[in-house]
Each structure stands twice: as C-alpha cells, then as structure tokens.
Design a protein around this ligand. Structure first.
Ligand code: CA
Ligand code: CA
Ligand code: CA
Ligand code: CA
Length: 300
C-alpha cells in the first residue's frame, strides 16, 4: 500500500518550534534507538473483537523525542481482519506544543484486508523540537488496534515490519533506529467461549488437552465439564481408576448411585449427600388392589 507522505514546512511554525525548543532547552535529541511492543491482547465475545495495545520505549540511556512516524504491521487475515486504530499519544490528541496545539497531525491508519498489511502514520504540523519525550524505563502507549475475530483458533501473528517502519520522517531528522520489536503470537479466544457447550471454555480445554469441539473427549458418557468439575475423573481416560468400569458407571462416593445417575439426579457424585441417600433408599411404590366391601345397611 503506498504511503502518503506530505512534507509540511511552514516557516512560521518552524520559527515557533525553534523558539519553543530553545525555551524548553530540549531540542529534538540526537539519533536514538526505540523498542516497540504489543501488549494487553484481549478478545471480546460480545463484540467479537480482538484488540492489542501498541507501545514504544527508548532503548538506550537517553530520553528521545518522537517526530513524524510510520509503523508498518502485518497480521494473519485467517485469524483477524478489518482493523481499526485509535491513537492515544503521538497524534492530534497531544497538546504539548506552544499555545496548546498539537505537534502532530491526526494519526492515519490504513490496511489491506486481503494481504493483512497496514501502517500507522502521523506527520508533524511543524518540526518537533522536543515534545513529547519517551523515556527509557516506561513504555508509552501509542494507540490501540482492534480487529474483527475471523477464527479464534488461528494465531493472530501480529507483526511489525522492521524494514518499512520509520520513526522521525521528513524534517524530523535524524531518524531513530529500530531496536527490539516484540511481535504478538496469540489465539484471539475470548474468556467465555465454549464451542462445544460442555461447560469448559476453549481456553480451559486447551490447557487440559481436551477437545474444544467434542463435549465428551474420551467417550465415557461423562462430558469434559462434568469430569473436570463434578466427578473429578480423567476427561482423557474412559476408565480413570482402572477398575474395569467406564467412568460414567463408577460410583465414586459408594452411595449406591453411579456417577451418571448422580449427574442425572443432580446429586453430588463425590459426597454421600442426604439427597443421594434418599434416591438410594427410597421405597418403591407398590400398587395393591383393595377389595370393595359392601356397606351393611341397617334393616328396619
Ligand atoms: Ca468446551
Ligand atoms: Ca470438550
Ligand atoms: Ca468423558
Ligand atoms: Ca473419563
């Protein structure tokens, strides 16, 4: 995607910037090294959105000023797509310049939804003479990038393009040098997603090595969620204790009801509860026939 560079060199603004920089005593620093990272990856089930936050930090010992920039990214369109960008800093939100004006123009974001390539670009309203500064110990948030989730089980593979990314463009020389760029390998799974509706979220199932597409991974008649949270049997083995019975027919608490009956009766399969006792000991109903005895009426 072609990048739109517009060189803006207003003498008036340049003079103000020079005076402002002199006033601050912090003209734009010499060439410095910067790091980039994605943090706080989050997937939202309700909105079907995945978002990540873009941050920057100075990599060497000196604080650095950020001039015009363009950050090129790449993402996996099979996982996420249709991105939108919301700038937090280093955009027209920043009002550190004289008279409360922003040194930056509005941050522009564009992406090719077929290839998954995009760039975040902000030009300067006038050359940056020292604001804002990026220090070496704290990451500064640039903005938040959000996508529609296409397939939550495929890696986002959100990358920085180190060859095309540039910080300090046009009149903001010298260009800073890219240091460490932390890419984001992430499954955009939201916390509550339970694809097979077995009571375990997909995230839980990945951690347990059960199948998030199959409610009863081991086929023993007890769902993965029930084995994990109620019977505490192995969801990956049909006969957890090796006694020859499938887990659904075992009677873990030896109260006379096997596990599957306890689940069906909504009783506790690992504790002998009064409810379970009642089911176990309840007398069966017996139908008996009662002979009809004719009423003896007094005779007169
Ligand atoms: Ca599940
Ligand atoms: Ca499952
Ligand atoms: Ca099972
Ligand atoms: Ca099992």
């Amino acid at each position: 995607m072609p990048l739109l560079f517009m060189r803006q060199s207003h003498i008036f603004f340049a003079c103000i910037a020079f005076l402002y920089g002199a006033w601050l005593g912090t003209p734009i620093a010499a060439q410095s090294v910067y790091d980039l990272q994605w943090i706080m990856p989050q997937a939202d089930c309700m909105e079907n959105q995945f978002c990540a936050t873009l941050q920057i930090k100075s990599a060497n010992d000196d604080a650095m000023a950020l001039g015009a920039y363009t950050i090129f990214i790449h993402y996996n369109t099979a996982s996420i797509n249709s991105p939108t960008y919301t700038a937090v800093h280093f955009s027209d939100n920043e009002t550190c310049s004289p008279f409360g004006t922003s040194p930056y123009a509005t941050a522009i974001f564009g992406a090719d939804i077929l290839t998954g390539e995009g760039n975040i670009t902000a030009l300067m309203n006038f050359p940056n003479m020292g604001c804002p500064l990026i220090n070496t110990t704290e990451w500064t948030t640039m903005g938040v990038l959000c996508f529609d989730i296409i397939n939550p089980h495929i890696d986002t593979n959100l990358l920085f393009d180190t060859d095309l990314t540039l910080v300090n463009l046009n009149s903001n020389l010298p260009q800073h040098i890219g240091g460490s760029f932390s890419n984001l390998s992430f499954l955009p799974l939201c916390e509550t997603l339970d694809t097979d509706a077995d009571g375990l979220t997909d995230i839980d199932e990945i951690n347990l090595s059960t199948n998030y597409n199959v409610p009863d991974t081991d086929g023993d008649g007890l769902s993965d969620g029930i084995e994990s949270d109620q019977t505490f049997t192995n969801p990956l083995a049909m006969d957890s204790n090796g006694n020859g019975n499938m887990d659904n027919l075992d009677d873990n608490d030896t109260d006379g009801l096997n596990n599957i009956d306890e689940i069906n009766y909504n009783t506790n399969p690992i504790t002998l509860t009064p409810t379970a006792i009642r089911y176990r000991t309840a007398p069966k109903l017996i139908w008996v026939s009662i002979p009809i005895i004719p009423l003896l009426m007094p005779t007169t």
